[in-house]
Structures are given as structure tokens and as C-alpha cells.
Design a protein around this ligand. Structure first.
Ligand code: CO8
Length: 140
């Protein structure tokens, strides 16, 4: 786990989403999540900010499982279909391009029936030791 108090994955954040990511072969990650009534925007529909946070976190976990300390530099999200309260979702992410300081990641959220709900492309910046210290992440 990246941080016990992380909004998406932290086990000690009482207001968090408590999502548990698992690693796959090839560096991909996946998790499941059930849309909670407290996370609505329009009535009965998950707020896009929550959807974006889930996608961002999936991208971050791709880097985390590789032992890298990264921050999201850019996240581009497409919302394909509404996510309804109570729906169970599969969240997936995988690396598509890796350089010394950048990882390009693709992520998606699909319903149990296979409907594509949202997708994202992220640029995760690998922090230097100095950047980690400046961000207070020397001992993440
Ligand atoms: C385990 C799970 C933990 C949960 C984590 C959840 C993920 C998050 O949400 S992190 C929080 C949100 N993100 C942030 O707060 C980041 C804030 N921004 C910053 O701190 C800085 O702008 C930072 C570190 C991203 C980039 O620092 P900066 O000094 O500008 O860039 P630098 O280190 O020189 O860049 C390195 C490379 O990244 C590229 N890059 C930097 N910023 C960006 C960006 N915003 N978009 C695209 N590429 C970028 C540079 O072009 C460079 O590429 P190359 O090596 O190919 O030339």
C-alpha cells in the first residue's frame, strides 16, 4: 500500500475508498470497486472526480509496484458511460511507454458486464531524490 491515509487505497482513511490493487504479469494492475451512494454527482450516478481518482490511483499503482516514487504529471480522462450507484467495477491499468523519468500508463474502468465506463492516459513522472525530499516523500 502506498500510504495508510491515501484517499483511494489507505486502510486508515475513514473517508477513503479502500480500494485494493493487485499486480499482474507484465506490470499491469487491477482492482474492484463498488460505487457508493455517498459518491454521487447527478442523482444515482458516480461523480466524475471519484472516477478520475480511481483511474489516477490505478496508474500510480503501476509505478508503485515497480518500486518507483512517481507523481501524476498529466491525467486525461474520457467518460464513456454513466457509473450507477451500486455497480461493481473493474479498474485496470498497464504501462505503455517507459523512459528514465516518465511512464505513460493507460487505465480503464469496466462494468461486470464488460461495458467500458471510463478510460485515461497518464504521464507519471519519476521523482528525483531531490524532488522526493521537496515533496516530503523521502520516506514514503
Ligand atoms: C501508491 C499510490 C500513491 C497515490 C498517488 C496518486 C497519484 C497522484 O495523484 S500524485 C498527486 C498529483 N500530482 C502532483 O501533485 C504533481 C505536482 N507536480 C509536480 O510536483 C511537478 O510538476 C512534477 C514532479 C510532476 C514535475 O516536476 P518538473 O521539475 O516540472 O519536471 P522534471 O522532473 O524536470 O520532468 C521529468 C520528465 O517529466 C516530464 N514532465 C514533467 N511534468 C510533466 C507534466 N505535467 N506532463 C507531462 N510531462 C511532464 C518532463 O518533460 C520530463 O520528461 P523528459 O525526461 O522526457 O524530458
Amino acid at each position: 500500500m502506498g500510504s495508510h491515509h491515501c484517499f483511494v487505497c489507505g486502510d486508515k482513511n475513514p473517508k477513503g475508498l479502500h480500494v485494493h490493487f493487485e499486480q499482474e504479469e507484465g506490470g499491469a494492475v487491477h482492482a474492484t470497486y463498488q460505487c457508493d451512494p455517498t459518491h454521487q454527482g447527478w442523482p444515482g450516478i458516480q461523480h466524475g472526480g471519484i472516477t478520475s481518482a480511481l483511474l489516477d490511483e490505478a496508474c500510480a499503482y503501476v509505478t508503485y509496484f515497480q518500486g518507483l516514487t512517481c507523481m501524476t504529471g498529466q491525467l486525461t480522462v474520457q467518460f464513456h458511460a454513466p457509473i450507477h450507484v451500486g455497480e461493481t467495477l473493474e479498474i485496470r491499468a498497464r504501462p505503455v511507454r517507459v523512459t528514465r523519468r516518465l511512464m505513460d500508463i493507460e487505465a480503464e474502468i469496466v462494468s461486470r458486464s464488460g461495458e467500458r465506463k471510463a478510460s485515461a492516459q497518464a504521464k507519471m513522472v519519476v521523482l528525483t531524490a531531490r524532488q522526493q525530499a521537496q515533496a516530503g516523500l523521502s520516506n514514503p
